[in-house]
Design a binder for this molecule. Structure first.
Ligand code: GLU
Length: 508
């Protein structure tokens, strides 16, 4: 077992948008694969045709592209173990269903949905298992001739797994330890349906994990109840020696209260539960995504990595490469992880600080354009400098506009409360003097102009706070923003003076 190359898979069913919990599952598989120099497989489990949603597969692929989670093989990536879409592997599953039938580990059942319903009404807590199967219509209770005749007639049937009762089934889980379940509580699960000639999830999942040489199954806690059945299937096929190791990840819980994080929590509390915006093709409903909400993919990755795992110290900011080094399945918690979306915002803030100003400037350009700025009027260097001055004040790139609009549009109005507090009787006269002082400055960069202006205020014994705030009010439109002389350096002498003249005119 230990000599096998690590191979893990992320195997979503294309039933809609990918939930953020699924993204975390994929991320943990990715980290585990990279850490062990293994392979990460992307498999599409689309055997339930009733739940198939068009567009879901592309959506999932695009989500991982955005997040920077790369797969080594699978749907859209190629590889030697394909096809990787289960709907294209029908013949393979048929063969393995036949294997189980031939060795007596599975049987054919003809019970119609109506018959099963009638049974459920008749017997409280009815379960199709060793205690009831002989009273049902299947190849164990009927003669071979009868069965063959029904099949020849074209009657629909299912193939069920024959579970032996009263056996303790052990699931050895990396996170949860030895999980024991008695086989008597399991029902004879349907493995295959003749109606659509498709296997169910359980059979397809096990056959594929075996054929694709998967070594570790890392998936959400919601699949833990299926694990004993999967163990029994591996054994039935005689594949127990190469059975993957299991790791069932903790649930993602609501930010408030108990229970599983749902899309409704996101709607209620105002945060996305999907990586990208999702347009439901059936209902037309649009759900927000982390990308469209302005999150940086690095921030989403970092935030998700810590939902159910920690590095054992208080380090919080970790790049994908660092996570690959530090991640440890054994350090994942059993208990559910509360989804703290305030923390997600904090991570985004931190990653905006970390990221290169020029890169943020590129992301800021569309925001500028959306706010009516002709981006071509400004150099990259200008936009980058603006970003460097204000980015510490925002959680999202789009919030830069609120902090930086005055770098692109001169104020047309002035904050009322700041006028009251800072624009006095004598202010226009002092501002006129200031204009003369500014005109005389040769090097208009921040520090030299600051020295000159402050020197002038001191010499004249003016009130420092009043003069500087009136100056700011004139240039910015309100008394906020970064260091005043950083602002004027960027705006330049002419624009700065023009704004003061305008304020004198408007405010009198
Ligand atoms: N198709 C299952 C899902 O949608 C895969 C579960 C597993 O990883 O075994 O999550």
């Amino acid at each position: 077992m230990s000599e096998r190359k690590v191979r893990v898979r992320f195997a979503p069913s294309p039933t809609g948008a990918l939930h953020i919990g699924g993204v975390r599952t994929a991320l943990y598989n990715y980290l585990f694969a990279r850490q062990h120099g293994g392979d990460l497989i992307f498999r599409i489990e689309d055997t339930d045709s009733n739940r198939f949603v068009p567009g879901a597969e592309d959506y999932i692929i695009e989500s991982f592209k955005w997040l920077g989670i790369n797969f080594d093989e699978g749907v859209s990536f190629g590889g030697n173990y394909g096809p990787y879409r289960q709907s294209e592997r029908r013949d393979i599953y048929k063969k393995y269903v036949q294997v189980l039938l031939d060795i007596g580990k599975a049987y054919i059942a003809f019970d119609t949905p109506e018959e099963l319903d009638a049974k459920r009404k008749e017997i409280p807590n009815f379960q199709y298992d060793a205690s009831t199967r002989l009273s049902m219509r299947n190849s164990l209770s009927m003669s071979k001739e009868e069965v063959d005749a029904l099949i020849a007639e074209g009657k629909q049937y299912v193939v069920r797994f024959k579970i032996e009762p009263n056996e303790d089934v052990h699931v050895n889980d990396i996170i949860r330890g030895d999980v024991v379940i008695n086989s008597s509580i399991l029902d004879d699960k349907v493995l295959y349906k003749s109606a659509d000639e498709l296997p169910t999830y359980h059979l397809a999942n096990i056959v594929d994990d075996h054929l694709m040489e998967v070594t570790h199954v890392i998936r959400g806690e919601e699949w833990l109840p299926s694990a004993p059945l999967h163990v029994l299937l591996y054994r039935a096929f005689g594949w127990a020696d190469t059975m993957p190791e299991f790791a069932h990840l903790p649930l993602l819980l609501k930010p408030d209260g108990n229970g599983k994080l749902s899309k409704r929590d996101g709607d209620r509390l105002g945060f996305p539960v999907f990586p990208l915006e999702w347009h439901d093709p059936k209902t037309g409903e649009v759900s927000s995504g982390y990308r469209e909400s302005g999150y940086l993919p690095e921030a989403v990755i970092n935030f998700l990595a810590l939902l159910g795992w920690n590095p054992g110290n208080d380090q919080e900011i970790m790049s994908l490469d660092e996570l690959v080094k530090l991640f440890d399945l054994h350090r994942c918690s059993k208990a559910g992880a509360k989804f703290d979306y305030e923390k997600a915002r904090w991570f985004n803030h931190e990653y905006i600080l970390k990221k290169d100003d020029a890169e943020i400037a590129e992301l800021f350009k569309p925001v500028l354009a959306a706010n009516g700025v002709n981006v071509a009027d400004y150099s990259d260097a200008y936009i980058t400098s603006v970003v460097s001055l204000v980015k510490s004040r925002v959680n999202f790139v789009k919030e830069l506009w609120e902090q930086a609009r005055f770098f692109f549009v001169a104020p047309t109005s002035y904050a009322e409360k700041d006028i009251k507090k800072r624009w006095k009787e004598d202010t226009p006269a002092i501002m006129k003097e200031l204009i003369e002082v500014l005109r005389g400055i040769e090097d208009f960069s921040s520090k030299p102009s600051e020295d000159i202006v402050i020197g002038w205020i001191t010499e004249k014994q003016y009130h420092m706070g009043n003069v500087m705030n009136a100056f700011r009010l004139a240039v910015v439109g309100e008394c906020k923003g970064p260091h005043m002389f950083d602002i004027t350096e960027l705006l330049g002498k002419e624009e700065t003076i023009r704004r003061i003249e305008k304020a004198i005119e408007v405010l009198k």
